[in-house]
Design a protein around this ligand. Structure first.
Ligand code: NAP
Length: 328
């Protein structure tokens, strides 16, 4: 008998076919809430889960007694209770690597857009305000040759740093990462304390995972340490930042600008001031959102769940301990 999968994110026909060839698939392309009764019922029979952006709770897992594996269509796994999954011998798989360069492109576009005021000045033209040569009040700031402070220098952080160092001649500092001698040799990057990075970087770019330690890593104290000319970029997770403190720092000119792909609450609430601030470029969590990369991520998730439910090691496994327990 075929094992059963619940897919709770829109998939291409090709990916659905691949899954359906091997498994019985209950498909919820537009699932809005984990409380959906049909979703809950399907979960009760499921051996595998494929999807993204849904908070998976221990209570939800209680209703999924046959679950063997989850394939998240994301690299970040802050939505999942990893220890609880491991305790229940449930494999958790993610999609690293295939989204690294695309997410770094997003990060660098935020660096460029904030520094050169691209969105603000495009809006300026759209409003019909370009009546004469622009003056110094609309000048931006250079990117090339500046100091890029990377908070986290993993796959995505390194890809952003590579763009900065090799493409734009930037000096790279990094913190909140173990020593990276190969990147230091390749990019001339230098590891330093968090405070030193905050005080000396022209661009502070966050690319750490959201964990208990990184929650509100940035608050009023950190923004106060940054230069008043500094630009803050977040392509990690919104909760790494105390958003109220960020808004205050942007309003008072404690920092120059921010480029944000992620927010404490997503979708961004309608009353958030952030998208309306001239010195903010806000994007709707598009880090990996290209046709090519979203397809590659879905394929990785399909491959991961297929391997896992066949008793084989998935390509990208978050909780190695669950795999070992299942083998033992
Ligand atoms: P990664 O390769 O694991 O890199 C994470 C980096 O953060 C590493 O340098 C790591 O240090 C460092 N780090 C700092 N504090 C940490 C902590 N408390 N726990 C673990 N690592 C810590 O991950 P990645 O592939 O670059 O992805 C980074 C994050 O970006 C993801 O977790 C996800 O939340 C986010 N992301 C966002 C988007 C988007 O759409 N905006 C897209 C993809 C990913 P070490 O080098 O010492 O391990």
């Amino acid at each position: 008998m075929k094992k059963r999968i619940v897919a709770f994110r829109r998939l291409t026909d090709r990916h659905l076919e691949q899954l359906s060839e091997r498994f019985h698939v209950d498909y919820f392309p537009d699932l809005e809430s984990a409380d959906d009764p049909a979703f809950r019922e399907a979960l009760g029979e499921a051996h595998g889960l494929v999807g993204a952006s849904l908070g998976i709770t221990p209570e939800l897992l209680d209703g999924a007694p046959h679950l063997e594996a989850i394939a998240s269509i994301s690299v970040g796994y802050d939505n999942y209770p990893v220890d609880e999954l491991t305790r229940r011998d449930i494999l958790l798989c993610n999609t690293p690597d295939v989204l690294t360069e695309t997410t770094a492109d997003t990060g660098f576009s935020l660096i460029m857009a904030t520094a050169r005021r691209v969105v603000e000045l495009a809006d300026f033209i759209k409003r019909g305000d370009w009546q004469e040569s622009i003056g110094a009040s609309l000048y931006g700031t250079d990117v090339h040759g500046k100091t890029l402070g990377m908070v986290g220098l993993g796959r995505i952080g390194a890809a952003v740093a590579r763009r900065g160092a090799l493409g734009f001649g930037m000096n790279v500092l990094y913190t909140h990462a173990s020593p990276k001698p190969a990147l230091e040799a390749e990019l001339g990057a230098r590891r330093c304390e968090f405070d030193e990075l905050l005080e000396s970087a022209d661009f502070v770019c966050v690319s750490v995972p959201l964990t208990a330690e990184t929650t509100h890593l940035f608050g009023a104290e950190q923004f106060a340490r940054m230069r008043s000319s500094a630009i803050f970029i977040n392509i990690a997770r919104g909760k790494v930042v105390d958003e109220a403190a960020l808004i205050a720092a942007l309003e008072t000119g404690e920092i120059r600008a921010a480029g944000l792909d992620v927010f404490e609450r997503e979708p961004l609430p309608g009353d958030s001031p952030l998208p309306h601030m001239a010195n903010v470029v806000a994007l709707p969590h598009i880090g990996s959102a290209t046709h090519e990369t979203r397809t590659a991520m879905a394929q990785r998730a399909v491959d991961n769940i297929t391997l896992a439910l066949n008793g084989e090691r998935p390509i990208s496994l978050v909780n190695e301990a669950a795999w070992e327990r299942r083998q033992g």
